[in-house]
Design a protein around this ligand. Structure first.
Ligand SMILES: CC(C)(COP(=O)(O)OP(=O)(O)OC[C@H]1O[C@@H](n2cnc3c(N)ncnc32)[C@H](O)[C@@H]1OP(=O)(O)O)[C@@H](O)C(=O)NCCC(=O)NCCS
Length: 182
């Protein structure tokens, strides 16, 4: 299948509704309105199109955490808005040292076609362009399909974060941190 059929585009006021829809039908987590509002000014957001149909999306942000801190210190439970939790926002003089993937989703019918890989590649390239050397994310410990997918992409498992998804009401609220050196 030719990969040119997949293209990425910026998030705009015109397609933010599509972004919400893709996340809501694909991910077990929900995000507040402010999170979507913030997405319009974030640079690390892309919508993926398959034959011009919007079918996937990724959102990430540059963060900073001290090497002394645990990965658990990345306080970014999906129910909180990124502006309230991003350490890079509250301490603007500290340079980011990781790019944190907040959401990545591809509609079920379009999975396995290279769309998620293309969205991830965009984030990896943007991470390198910022001279940052790590991509990190939380994923539910029970989402073995996504964990295996990230492991295949070269990510490694870090700490488990107990109750990370508790406020989201997931039956298994624990998350695992996955990290990729780039
Ligand atoms: C995880 C997800 C984003 C992957 O996107 P995708 O478009 O299906 O992935 P791609 O088509 O780009 O990946 C294809 C590659 O992954 C491999 N792959 C697919 N499923 C896999 C699995 N369960 N385990 C390991 N590898 C897998 C394929 O073999 C293929 O490898 P290749 O590139 O070497 O040929 C998508 O499945 C998804 O949205 N899942 C539901 C939401 C979710 O769990 N998001 C992640 C939580 S943050």
């Amino acid at each position: 299948m030719p990969r040119e059929i997949i293209s990425l585009d910026d998030l705009t006021v015109n397609n933010v509704g599509v972004f919400k829809k893709i996340n809501s039908v694909t991910l077990p987590t929900t995000y507040p309105e402010q999170w979507y509002k913030d997405s319009l000014t974030d640079q690390l957001v892309k919508i993926a199109f398959y034959a011009e149909l919007p079918v996937g999306a990724i959102k990430a942000r540059a963060i900073n955490f001290s090497a002394k801190q645990s990965y658990e210190a990345i306080s970014s439970s999906p129910s909180a808005s990124s502006s309230a939790t991003a350490s890079s926002d509250t301490t603007p003089k500290i340079l980011p040292n990781a790019v944190y993937i907040e959401s990545l989703a591809v509609l079920k019918e379009y999975q396995g076609l290279g769309i998620g890989g293309k969205l991830l590649d965009f984030i990896i390239e943007e991470t390198k362009r910022r001279y940052i050397h790590e991509v990190v994310l939380h994923v539910s410990t029970e989402n073995s399909k996504a964990i295996d997918w990230y492991l295949k992409k070269g990510f490694t498992k870090k700490e488990e974060v107990k109750d990370y998804y508790k406020e989201q009401g997931l039956s298994q609220p624990d998350a695992i941190i996955l990290s990729l050196s780039v």
